[in-house]
Design a protein around this ligand. Structure first.
Ligand code: PMP
Length: 396
């Protein structure tokens, strides 16, 4: 009965690792993977996680549909700020979801069912999964200008024009920080202009926060964009992931928060979120959420976490500088300053798909065909190999 099923293509991002694994070359380099690696190229389990594991709950009962209460409260505080008026006024409902992806999907399902405008604008380009998540939830996906290939920076004018002509009430997906795949973020002044425009048109912000603390090394700095929108008293949604900033990738820990106008609305929204979640996966897993809650609750563990988080962010920033210096030393044609200007895990190199194919074939370097490289996959040892490959690709 399944004989007619056609083979689906590999996921564009995860497929890079599949190809990398098949390559027997000893110099191969995987810069496609969206996970932190140490200077030795190894996955990192944060020391604070090992402490938290000892202290966190051994209970293996079902969680409520909305997840662990402590985890939800602390997650909202982490993104909106401890002194957030929206939290104080009980206008926020937070539900534990399956990492960032699951939080986006639950938010999308809720909007498709209960929000009057079914159109969502996502940046062009964006993380590949956004289109699928929102389309499958029943929303109609449109794009807004974001990246300017000429400057390898933000196309701010284009962004304002596109959001300015979006229909009133449309949903707008915003990367809270460290835009994936470009590494290009608006400045705080630009965020303020975006906020004013969106509020004046009644556009609904849906923040995707997959890299809080991981981008700049500061949890507060990386949440500024979200907090600006919450400070004006308006509504918004925020999807949080603990994959990157706590290194809990496979535990699938995340949260969806919906900021409402009143506590009464927030209560009703939460009751409907339960109806979205219950038939999807009934209730979320307990293990990762108890680890996160343990860390967020304890001042010493929290401080230890911020130190380790900053160390990860700093290593990535140092990789940017080393790669930039290596290209300058080789006299590689072109302006490569975007490598140090962009932020977060990824650099959008500006290399085209032919150059990427060349680098994979000749140098065994694996990256997505849009020229995105994961800086976390680099080390001082591998920077020269990558710089040689980029130099050869652009001078060939
Ligand atoms: N949003 C963005 C922009 C991302 O880059 C990612 C991870 N690559 C996610 C959401 C979700 O990741 P996860 O489901 O692993 O938390």
């Amino acid at each position: 009965v399944f004989g007619h099923v056609v083979r689906a293509p590999e996921d564009a991002i995860l497929g890079v690792t599949v190809a990398y694994n098949k390559d027997p070359s000893p110099v191969k380099l995987n810069l496609g993977v969206g996970a932190y690696r140490t200077e030795e190229g190894k996955p990192l389990v944060l020391t604070v996680l090992q402490f938290a594991l000892i202290c966190s709950s051994r209970v293996k009962e079902y969680l409520p549909i909305v997840g662990l209460a402590d985890f939800n409260k602390l997650s909202a505080k982490l993104i909106f700020g401890a002194d957030s008026p929206a939290i104080r006024e009980n206008r926020v409902t937070t539900v534990q979801c399956l990492s960032g992806t699951g939080s986006l999907r639950v938010g999308a399902e809720f909007l498709a069912k209960h929000y009057h405008q079914r159109t969502i604008y996502i940046p062009q380009p964006t993380w590949g999964n956004h289109v699928k998540i929102f389309t499958l939830a029943g929303l109609s996906v449109k794009t807004y200008s974001y990246y300017d290939p000429a400057t390898r920076g933000l196309n701010f004018q284009g962004l304002l024009e596109d959001l300015g002509s979006a229909p009133s009430g449309a949903i707008v997906l915003l990367h809270a920080c460290a835009h994936n795949p470009t590494g290009v973020d608006p400045t705080l002044q630009q965020w303020e202009q975006i906020r004013q425009l969106m509020r004046s048109k009644g556009l609904l912000p849906f923040f995707d926060s997959a890299y809080q603390g991981f981008a700049s090394g500061s949890l507060d700095a990386d949440a500024q964009s979200v907090r600006m929108f919450v400070a004006d008293g308006g509504e918004c949604l925020a999807a949080q992931s603990y994959a990157k900033n706590m290194g809990l990738y496979g535990e699938r820990v995340g949260a969806l928060s919906i900021v409402c106008k009143t506590a009464d609305v927030a209560g009703r929204v939460e009751s409907q979120l339960k109806l979205v979640i219950r038939p999807m996966y009934s209730n979320p897993p307990i293990h990762g959420a108890s680890i996160v809650a343990t860390i967020l609750k304890d001042r010493n563990m929290f401080n230890e976490w911020t130190i380790e988080l900053k160390a990860m962010a700093d290593r990535i920033i140092s990789m940017r500088q080393q790669l930039f210096d290596a290209l300058c030393a080789r006299g590689t044609p072109g302006d490569w300053s975007h490598i140090v200007k962009q932020i977060g895990m990824f650099t959008f190199t500006g290399l085209n798909s032919q150059q990427v194919t060349f680098m994979t074939k000749e140098y065994h370097i694996y990256l997505t065909s849009d020229g995105r490289i994961s800086m976390a996959g680099l080390s001082s040892k591998t920077v020269p190999h990558l710089a040689d490959a980029i130099h050869a690709a652009v001078t060939r």
